[in-house]
Design a protein around this ligand. Structure first.
Ligand code: ZN
Length: 259
């Protein structure tokens, strides 16, 4: 059975320990804080067998060298191989599959935030989860540092939206409240946005994480995944989904929430 444990790191990042409870094997997603990872691995009494890196940015991949030193050079570190992730020894690419214990993992290449961004789709017989790094956030998406609106539209509305609706979404940062405040500014009549915002604000007041959501939920309140909605297109004054994604990103980049 799969069990996922979010581990907060730095200011607002999440690392994730993915455990296969049957074999006792586990993988760590984006281990930026290696000491914290080691503490959790010890406390959970699991065997760490791999690290999955979503992209090369320091706050996700910054711990790989230290992890390789701690675990040995043979320890598998997965990620996209463009020379920007230190100590990477298991290059992965779109649709490449491997195992964590008995869990199945498939890499999904979703370039845009970075050209080498990978999302990891993990499942057992019952559950499905996707680790989306800085591509899909709860109610938002990552900045287009190395890609276009066309690519982000493909990542969100073809690749990730194509996963089963019940797939749980575990993203790289706790940005949910600010994302929903932005969503409210472009999709204010959507009660799913206002309900989720109220829920997220309550959880954050208690310092609790707002992950995971699900792909089904994201389709109801994430403006970047609602760009086929006629009301959103009208509000943005654009005619198609790619233009809508472009405009949303531009507006979000300069958005200041009125709290
Ligand atoms: Zn990033």
């Amino acid at each position: 059975m799969m069990h996922v444990q979010p581990i907060p790191a730095l200011e607002d990042n999440y690392m994730y320990l993915i455990k296969d409870t049957k074999s006792g094997k586990a993988a760590i997603v984006d281990p930026v804080d290696v000491e914290k990872v080691m503490e959790v691995v010890k406390a959970e009494n699991v065997q760490l067998t791999a690290a999955l890196i979503t992209h090369h940015h320091w706050d996700h991949a910054g711990g790989t060298k230290k992890l390789a030193e701690a675990m040995g050079a043979e320890f598998p570190i997965y990620g996209f191989s463009d020379g920007r992730i230190e100590s990477l020894n298991h290059a992965t690419e779109d649709q490449k599959s491997f195992k964590i214990g008995e869990l199945d993992v498939t890499s999904l290449h979703t370039p845009c935030h970075t050209t080498g961004h990978i999302c990891y789709y993990v499942r057992d017989a019952k559950e499905k989860a996707v680790f989306t790094g800085d591509t899909l956030f709860v109610a938002g998406c990552g900045k287009f540092f190395e890609g276009s609106a066309t690519e982000m539209n493909r990542a969100l509305n073809v690749v990730l939206a194509g996963l089963p609706d019940e797939t749980k979404v575990y993203c790289g940062h706790e940005y949910t409240v600010s994302n929903l405040l932005f969503a409210k500014s472009v999709d204010g009549d959507n009660t799913k946005v206002t309900e989720k915002l109220r829920w997220a604000q309550k959880l954050r007041a208690e310092h609790k994480p707002t992950v995971p959501s699900t792909i089904r939920e994201e389709k109801t309140f994430n403006p970047f995944m609602r760009v086929a909605d006629a009301a959103i297109l009208k509000k943005l004054g654009v005619k198609d989904e790619v233009a809508a994604i472009d405009k949303l990103r531009e507006q979000k980049n300069s958005f200041k929430a009125k709290v």
